[in-house]
Design a protein around this ligand. Structure first.
Ligand SMILES: [Zn+2]
Length: 276
């Protein structure tokens, strides 16, 4: 039978606690700029210069100079992270679970859970966050909050470049800096990363005999080993746990279809459904 928002609310009410797993499909549905909706207007000068076709591939472009690289990233960070208003879909999800004990594991790097009101102590963002820079070669274990620098880069961008004297160098090895986004072997996991990893394990241990509802939003097959497959394993291991999978593709690795509540329609449309 087709599930409704009220069915999900019932499951939330009955659960002892909620584990949320989120992937890029959630932010796309929520309307984040990264989905490319306004790509052509927001990045026209970069598109003209580098023939970018979409934002995702543009974010892997090997810029020749640091001046070009940071001009591009400053705009991307600003649009995706420092626009202050949280996306409504994240706020709606927060309102659904805020009175319960909850934990969030996400591969998204846009900070939307924190902005929407989720306690950051209960969020594990495994793949980084747009707000941090790191040494490009992982020479030390520290992240650098970039808001002030991004603002400077934005106002001083000219012809898709920032001035050379605004390029940040690694304070330790004097090499280049990079975004703290997991894309190669040099991703920095700082003290806070390990702390949140531990809090996630503790949440799972503490609740293993309880009635846990797993809400999986928009987790595809780019990195299924972080959320999608482990969530299925948890359902296998814990008979009292329930998984609601919000995704067009609801197939399961372990043939668990009868144990998974499948919601294939658009997440935003589903969550915003009027109560009957
Ligand atoms: Zn360094």
């Amino acid at each position: 039978m087709k599930k409704t928002l009220n069915d999900i609310k019932d499951l939330i009410n009955k659960a002892d606690c909620i584990l949320i797993g989120a992937g890029s499909g959630l932010s796309s549905s929520a309307g984040l700029e990264y989905s490319g909706k306004n790509f052509e207007s927001n990045y026209k000068d970069f598109i003209d210069k580098y023939n970018f076709e979409d934002l995702y591939s543009a974010s892997f472009y090997p810029f020749n100079t640091q001046e070009e690289k940071w001009a591009f990233w400053a705009r991307l960070i600003k649009l995706n992270r420092f626009n202050k208003e949280p996306l409504k879909l994240y706020c709606d999800i927060y309102n659904l679970v805020k009175d319960k004990e909850y934990f969030v594991i996400t591969t998204n790097v846009d900070g939307q859970f924190e902005k929407a009101g989720f306690n950051k102590e209960n969020i594990f963002a495994t793949q980084g966050d747009y707000v941090y820079l790191q040494c490009e070669k992982d020479c030390h274990n520290k992240l650098y909050y970039n808001e002030e620098l991004v603002e400077k880069w934005l106002v001083n961008t000219n012809d898709c470049k920032i001035p050379s004297d605004l390029v940040m160098k690694c304070p330790i090895c004097k090499g280049n800096m990079d975004m703290n986004l997991r894309k190669d072997a040099y991703f920095v996991q700082d003290e806070n990363w390990y702390k949140q990893d531990k809090r996630y394990s503790e949440f799972l241990d503490r609740n293993k005999n309880k009635n846990v509802l797993l809400l999986e939003f928009g987790v595809g097959f780019n990195t299924p080993g972080i959320i999608r497959f482990p969530f299925e394993q948890m359902i296998l291991d814990n008979k009292n746990w329930t998984l609601a999978r919000f995704n067009k593709d609801t197939r399961s690795f372990y043939n668990l279809e009868d144990r998974i509540i499948e919601i294939q329609e658009d997440i935003k449309k589903f969550i915003e459904e009027k109560e009957i």
